[in-house]
Write a protein that binds this ligand. Structure first.
Ligand code: GAL
Length: 685
């Protein structure tokens, strides 16, 4: 994954490598006398780094030929004097009003042809040459001004690229899409074949006829939609590269990152493809609501850690308490702030930062929590923040250690996410990420450590280290991926896949001969027709659990296929619901319905047993404690995270507890508490 060599924050010579701690810092919202108070309070809280100037373009360049860096010079100097490092933004995230007034052609256009006007943020077309020129001018000015500043630890490109402007349907986008398609297909004839344009009279005669999938009279061509998603992710990646390459030329000694958004349903950027473009991976994550919210945080942190190739990564943003953008914004319960932060550290984060340092008095995010809330430093939040600072200091030995790979992995694939949820499908209710998260919850509840890994492509061996590989809704299976999975399962690996997997190739064209197409032979089953369920409909299985969303009329085609579970109600009653085929020393299993985290438990029990995967904690802790392991040259660090809101006594786990304010005082974990145990590194590494 990591094409660029890993480079962590630059730090002053001789300063020790620990975990970094801080926030987005937006001093332009406050008068200068507050800046001094800020630095003093940062020191009290244990802050070591801030992300600066993210939304400062208008303050740095108030007109095309006017630059006003003096205030930022002062802030950089103040931070440096206070011993606080800076992750300095290139400040290109939100263009100033003078720029969009002079060049309205940089504004994005939605699929209905409506302009997205200034007044919010990120109102720029990723493919606009005019925007690119002005953005790079600012990047150059920032690099020339601050490249040698002693506080500078890293460059922060733009901010959350694609958060609001991932899909632009403008004429600039149309032109860039054609260029991208030419590079992909070479000839219009090849594109016609890939897009199956003989359907509905869509055949193209010339590149100039091709458009982004703008509002159409009916379903737009699905391969056009899938390619537009791929193109849009690439267009933002091109912007990232353009800023990065200029920085690399001007300030080669400074590492470069940008904050990803591996969280929830944020799906527009293929981060598996982006991870190799930065010197270290950064992520923003906000806790969602609902029964799987905690597992969702862990899943996201886990995937981020694996996008980073197991190396340390930077948690660039999360919240101390409530956000301002959910329908109802809940404050975090006691211990919530620390548990959320430490779960990210458990999955490999070496820096823990919040949005933002000081809660804004005005503007759209004034009700979003911060490290210093409206109430000031005499507050529960600030005391928790200060405790966490002390905890992160005590956890310094963890810095630089890597994730220890688990025995089981869940394969996560952006192409399948995009394609499986396109319109005109058997059901519109299918949710790709939810199915993956359900498996994660089920494995975690069973006390099994699991990695969430990108499907990859280049690295033929990345699956091999896992005894069990779960590939939920792996919808897009090009021939080479089918070959990799087949090799995996026939050389001793235990593969599990689910409904709507193996269905199409990379052009979203169906593998013929019966489903699950590309995986049919490996699984030893054949399905002639899809059989989705209506919303609220349930079918029973003989394992005592119920399926929703989907069923399949599974025909077993090979003698060595074992029926792990059968339907006992609904249209498929009596037929196989879950199958498993022995493939030499390995196996290939198929789950034909959505079982949800609880319903997966008995199926998982069977699959884990045959794969020989066992928990590393005593069975009594399964479900209540999540385990992650970080490994260093001299020791392993076991993070035991209380997943529940109750007390949990940890018995039978050896190790030397690291004691610090926000960590459990002993092995009795209070609600939401975390403890970290130092243990000798295993002999075989
Ligand atoms: C992120 C963004 C921050 C802030 C935060 C609020 O999307 O990067 O600037 O808006 O969300 O949760």
């Amino acid at each position: 994954m990591a094409d660029r060599p890993f480079r962590w924050l630059r730090r002053p010579a001789a300063s020790p490598r620990g975990l970094s701690y801080g926030a987005d810092y937006n001093p332009e919202q406050w008068p200068p006398h507050i800046w001094r108070q800020d630095v003093e309070a940062m020191r009290r809280a244990g802050v070591t780094i801030v992300s600066l100037a993210i939304f400062s373009w208008a303050r740095l360049q108030p007109a095309a030929d006017r630059w006003t860096f003096e205030w930022l010079d002062e802030v950089m100097d103040l931070l440096h004097e206070g011993g606080i490092a800076v992750d300095l933004a290139t400040a290109t995230a939100s263009p100033p009003p003078w720029l969009t007034a002079a060049y309205p052609e940089i504004l994005p256009v939605d699929h209905e042809g409506r302009t997205l006007w200034p007044g919010g943020r990120q109102h720029w077309r990723p493919t606009s040459p005019v925007f690119r020129e002005h953005a790079l001018r600012l990047v150059r000015a920032m690099a020339e001004r601050y490249g040698d500043h002693p506080a500078l630890a890293a460059w922060h490109i733009s901010n959350e690229l694609g958060c609001h402007n991932a899909y632009d349907y403008s004429d600039d986008a149309a032109a860039a899409f054609r260029t991208w398609l030419r590079a992909r297909y070479g000839t219009v004839e090849e594109l016609n074949r890939a897009w199956a344009t003989s359907f509905w009279s869509q055949q193209y005669g010339d590149w100039s006829e091709i458009l982004p999938p703008r509002l159409a009279a009916s379903f737009p061509n699905p391969t056009q939609q899938l390619d537009f998603r791929r193109f849009s992710s690439d267009a933002l990646k091109e912007h990232l590269r353009a800023e990065r390459d200029l920085l690399a030329e001007l300030t080669p000694g400074i590492p470069v990152t940008t904050n990803f958004m591996v969280m929830g349903e944020t799906r527009n950027m293929n981060y598996a493809d982006w991870a190799g473009e930065v010197d270290f991976v950064s992520n923003d994550h906000y806790l969602l609501t609902g029964t799987q919210a905690r597992d969702e945080l862990s899943f996201s942190a886990n995937l981020t850690g694996n996008l980073a190739g197991g190396r340390p990564w930077f948690l660039m943003e999360h919240s101390t308490s409530a956000v301002n953008w959910q329908p109802v914004n809940l404050a975090k319960p006691p211990g919530g702030l620390a548990r959320d932060s430490l779960t990210h550290v458990a999955h490999g984060a070496d820096a823990v930062c919040f949005f933002q340092w000081r809660q804004s008095a005005g503007g759209a995010e004034k009700y979003h929590s911060a490290m210093i809330p409206h109430a000031g430093t005499d507050s529960e939040v600030f005391r928790d923040v200060t405790d966490l600072g002390a905890t992160l200091r005590a956890l310094a030995p963890v810095a630089g250690t890597r994730r220890r790979p688990a025995q089981a992995a869940i394969v996560f694939d952006w192409d399948s996410w995009w394609a499986a949820e396109l319109d005109s499908h058997p059901t519109s209710l299918l949710r790709y990420r939810q199915e993956a998260l359900d498996w994660y919850s089920a494995l975690t509840a069973a006390g099994i450590r699991v990695d969430v890994i990108p499907a990859g492509g280049q690295d033929d061996t990345s699956f091999d280290r896992y005894a069990l590989l779960v590939a939920p809704i792996l919808h897009v299976v090009p021939q080479d991926l089918a070959d990799r999975l087949t090799r995996y399962a026939t050389s001793g690996g235990h593969l599990v896949t689910t409904y709507f997997s193996g269905i199409v190739n990379e052009h979203d064209q169906v593998w013929l001969g019966g489903y699950p197409g590309a995986l049919r032979d490996l699984l030893g089953i054949r399905i002639e027709e899809f059989a989705p369920l209506l919303d609220g409909e349930r079918v029973e299985l003989d394992l005592g659990v119920a399926g929703t969303l989907w069923t399949d009329r599974v025909e077993v085609t090979e003698e060595d296929v074992e029926i792990v579970a059968r339907y006992t109600s609904g249209p498929q009653a009596g037929r196989a619901a879950v199958t498993r085929r022995r493939t030499g020393a390995g196996s290939a299993a198929y789950v034909s319905t959505r079982l949800g985290p609880d319903g997966l438990a008995p199926v998982l029990g069977r699959l884990l047993e045959s794969a020989g995967v066992t928990g590393e904690l005593p069975a009594s802790l399964a479900g209540s404690v999540e385990l992650t392991i970080r490994s260093g040259p001299d020791a392993d660090y076991w993070f035991l995270i209380n997943r529940t809101d109750d007390d949990v006594a940890v018995d039978g786990v050896e190790g030397e507890p690291i004691l610090a304010p926000s960590l459990a005082k002993d092995l009795n974990l209070g609600p939401r508490q975390v403890c970290v145990l130092r243990r000798p590194a295993p002999e075989n590494g």
